[in-house]
Design a protein around this ligand. Structure first.
Ligand SMILES: [Zn+2]
Length: 317
């Protein structure tokens, strides 16, 4: 069945039709699509590996990173995302907005799981989403692709932390209120002029903070790979847990994009990896930890007293 028809059915007003189509899509993802993707160039795309993407994120297994096992560098820090100069391009597979001008003026991302500074290179769309949350696929996922700023793209592809990709899920509503509309319209206003393969718009100024989702502090992060050839295992993924919203009308536009049948890779095995999330705030220290902490203080206090009591006792002999 054609992807366009799927998209049309997906945006159908009936929730049950949508649920059915998503189930069919998932089945296809698990069965037919991997065979097609096995023809992709790149040994990792064909044979898989230990850290391939995308994955299903099972929220009950996500590690709250109290011990800074993976999220070692404090809060995420987005710099220069309010005014980003980009070129929009329909490349036949997706619509992509690439940063223009000298690399030194590109927006940068650091902190969270990122030891280095990363510069924004481009953002693009996948429909339906590549990652899933507890088995649920969103209608769309936006990827903001960053490259380690001390490396060229080619060099970064060979490093295990060469790239940082921020993923934002998109949900579809029949109609959006003004607040939700503002977030998506920032970029969606250009899509009607990029529906044909090869179409390009230069000199667009975007406020990407609007796209970055309603809460930039809560995210899932793990070590993974590119989801397109050559599936290099070079990506630190940062996936916001809350979606932005598109209207039915905006989403339907993507069914007109002259792309191939679909543009998402099938789900990959988590294998030995963990997915991490930052502990949201201090008050969320698990009760057991704070209980053990209190207990330890009581013990230390007790033994100090016993020691000084014994010392006094010994001295008095
Ligand atoms: Zn992507």
């Amino acid at each position: 069945m054609q992807a366009r028809l799927f998209l049309r059915l997906l945006t159908s007003p009936s929730a049950s039709t949508r649920a059915y189509i998503i189930a069919v899509l998932l089945l296809l993802t698990l069965s037919v699509f991997p065979q097609y993707q096995l023809q992709w160039p790149g040994i990792r795309c064909k044979e898989g590996g230990e850290r391939q993407s995308p994955i299903d994120i099972s929220t009950s297994h996500v590690v709250k990173d109290f011990n800074e096992l993976f999220i070692k560098y404090g809060p995420l820090k987005f710099s220069g995302y309010q005014k980003v100069l980009v070129t929009g391009l329909n490349n036949g597979h997706t619509i992509q907005f690439s940063t223009e001008g000298d690399e030194s003026i590109h927006p940068t991302l650091t902190g969270g799981p990122l030891k280095h500074v990363y510069r924004l290179e481009q953002l693009h769309f996948h429909w339906v989403s590549e990652h899933s949350l507890n088995g649920f696929k969103y209608p769309m996922e936006i990827h903001l692709v960053h490259v380690r700023s001390d490396l060229t793209v080619m060099k970064a592809l060979g490093k295990k932390d060469g790239l940082a990709i921020v993923a934002v899920f998109c949900h579809v509503e029949a109609e959006l209120d003004d607040y939700l509309q503002e977030a998506s319209e920032e970029i969606m206003q250009y899509i009607p002029r990029l529906l044909v393969s090869g179409q390009r718009i230069s000199g667009i100024l975007l406020d990407l903070t609007k796209l970055l989702g309603p809460n930039m502090k809560t995210y899932y992060t793990y070590a993974g790979s590119l989801t397109s050839p050559e599936c290099n295992e070079a990506v630190i993924w940062i996936i916001f847990d809350r979606p932005i919203f598109l209207s039915d009308e905006q989403y339907r536009l993507f069914s007109k994009v002259g792309s191939e049948r679909y543009n998402f890779r099938s789900l990959q095995k988590l294998s030995e990896r963990s997915v991490y999330t930052p502990p949201r705030h201090e008050a969320e220290v698990p009760q057991f930890v704070s209980f053990v902490g209190t207990l330890a203080k009581v013990f230390i206090h007790f033994f100090k007293n016993v020691t000084s009591f014994l010392q006094k006792g010994l001295r008095s002999r």
